[in-house]
Unconditional design. Structure first.
Ligand code: FAD
Length: 424
């Protein structure tokens, strides 16, 4: 595979700083070698560097090139599969799992403050309801949050309040949560990588890993270099390239995002005066928010496998106009796609391939906060603390041979089934 530059996203066009790390050449040594520099790899690398480990990160393309630099930038609380974990472990683990739901958000908050990362971070998030059953879920969740002493402002909103907040009557109410939020994910990812670098981590770009010698002290190989390390961490997620077994653990799903041109003050006053992120509860969900320079960013899934930005813009614009018909004159400036790693049981996969080769992947579209939690948990296990890693590791990944090969028909069928479930 030839290394690529960033995709043509709004984020790539509004980078604070383009990274230009060298290719890996020659033989190197590290305590930990991380393969993939998205949020999972960078977060683990930063935690390990803070703990004093000698870290080398190897990225096939550029830091944040994958889903981490393409996503909606919505900091959602919780992680996918948390209900399945609670069911498996029972009420004794309720507090431990509950606390992990918000930990990724707090890690982001801490990193942005501690390392002065400029990434348009804003707190405020609205889960909207489309049907009565969604409103019931919201009310139940609100009660659960109160009973767990959730530390941030939360409120159940009526239809009228929701209209006042986001200027559309598409929804029948919502849950406002000031502990969730939104940000510019590529600038966060690069800012965190640079923070790790200041603590001694070495980063190599344009260096796809092609194999690992699984010896007592494993060695990672790229075309022109190698790294020998006590521990290896694989974080290629939906873009993982070389290990067949790992590829079968997840289904790579295309997801799509557009942004408009910057909106006027009057438009912002109507559609999102409080600058909060919005997300609906459907399986094929739609989410939207304002960017730092006040464009409307909108994302969803469609049954499309290409990357033609004009097609993506056209398809998603129709959905924006359903919610905001008053934006019909607004230009769509960017459209792009990225791959989400979906797991069969929706539980993130934090596990081990070999005694000292670990992996972290499969956040099922819910990764901005979860990758930050996962990075911390992977740093814990590498530094000898197993408890939280084992909670995930004991839920073994369900492999589906050929998911990459049969990706298109599997996804088309999945999308159709989920659409039907959303209609019920
Ligand atoms: C369009 C889209 C919208 C999304 N919106 C949201 C959202 O709003 N909120 C949310 O919480 N989540 C969202 N997600 C999910 C979230 O972005 C991901 O869960 C998260 O970014 C995954 O991070 P990662 O580091 O595990 O993977 P990635 O960011 O994909 O990074 C993997 C990296 O590994 C590298 N790599 C792969 N193989 C090799 C190799 N052999 N050698 C070296 N490097 C390699 C790749 O080049 C890549 O840079 C979205 C995802 C997409 C695609």
């Amino acid at each position: 595979m030839r290394p690529s530059n960033h995709t043509g996203s709004y984020y790539a066009a509004s980078l604070n700083k383009e990274t230009n790390y060298p290719e890996l050449r020659g033989d190197h040594n590290a305590d930990v070698c991380i393969i993939g520099a998205g949020f999972s790899g960078v977060s683990a690398g930063l935690h390990l560097s803070e703990l004093g480990y000698k870290v080398i990160m190897i990225e096939a393309n550029k830091v944040g090139w994958g889903a981490s630099g393409r996503n909606g930038g919505e900091i959602i609380g919780g992680f996918s599969g948390d209900d399945a974990m609670l069911k498996k472990y029972g009420s004794d683990y309720d507090d431990l799992i509950w606390d992990m739901r918000w930990e990724g958000n707090e890690i982001i908050r801490k990193n942005v403050e501690k390392y002065s990362i400029s990434c348009d971070l804003k707190w405020g998030y609205l889960d909207v309801a489309i049907k009565k059953r969604h409103m019931r879920d919201i009310e139940n969740f609100y009660e659960a949050m109160l009973s767990h002493n959730y530390p941030h402002e939360i409120a159940v909103l009526s239809k009228q309040k929701t209209i006042e907040l986001i200027g559309t009557n598409e929804y029948i109410g919502g849950l406002l949560n000031m502990g969730n939020g939104h940000l510019h994910p590529l600038n966060l990812c690069i800012g965190e990588a640079m923070a790790a670098e200041t603590l001694g981590a070495k980063i190599f770009e344009s260096s796809p890993v092609i194999k690992i010698d699984k010896t007592r002290k494993p060695r990672v190989h790229t075309e022109k270099g190698s790294v020998s390390a006590d521990s290896i961490l694989l974080t290629g997620n939906a873009y993982h390239q070389f290990d067949k077994k790992m590829k079968n653990f997840i289904i790579p799903v295309n997801s799509f995002v557009i942004t408009t041109e910057p909106l006027s003050e009057e438009q912002i006053k109507i559609i999102n005066p409080e600058d909060i992120a919005v997300c609906d509860p459907n399986y094929i969900l739609e989410y939207f928010r304002l960017t730092g320079d006040k464009r409307l960013l909108f994302g969803t899934r469609i049954n499309y496998h290409g990357a033609n930005d004009e097609y993506i813009k056209r398809k998603l614009r129709k959905k924006v106009l359903r919610i905001y018909p008053n934006l019909s004159d607004v230009r769509i400036d960017y459209g792009w796609t990225g791959k989400i790693a979906v797991t069969i049981n929706h539980v993130p996969q934090l596990g081990r391939l070999d005694s000292n080769i670990y992996y972290s992947q499969g956040y099922s579209g819910h990764g901005v906060n979860t990758t930050h939690l996962a990075g911390k948990i992977m740093a814990e296990v590498i530094s000898g603390s197993m408890e939280r890693f084992d909670l995930f590791n004991k839920i073994k990944p369900i492999a589906i041979p050929g998911t990459h090969f049969f990706q298109k028909p599997i996804l088309a069928l999945g999308l159709m089934l989920y659409k039907i479930r959303d209609l019920l």
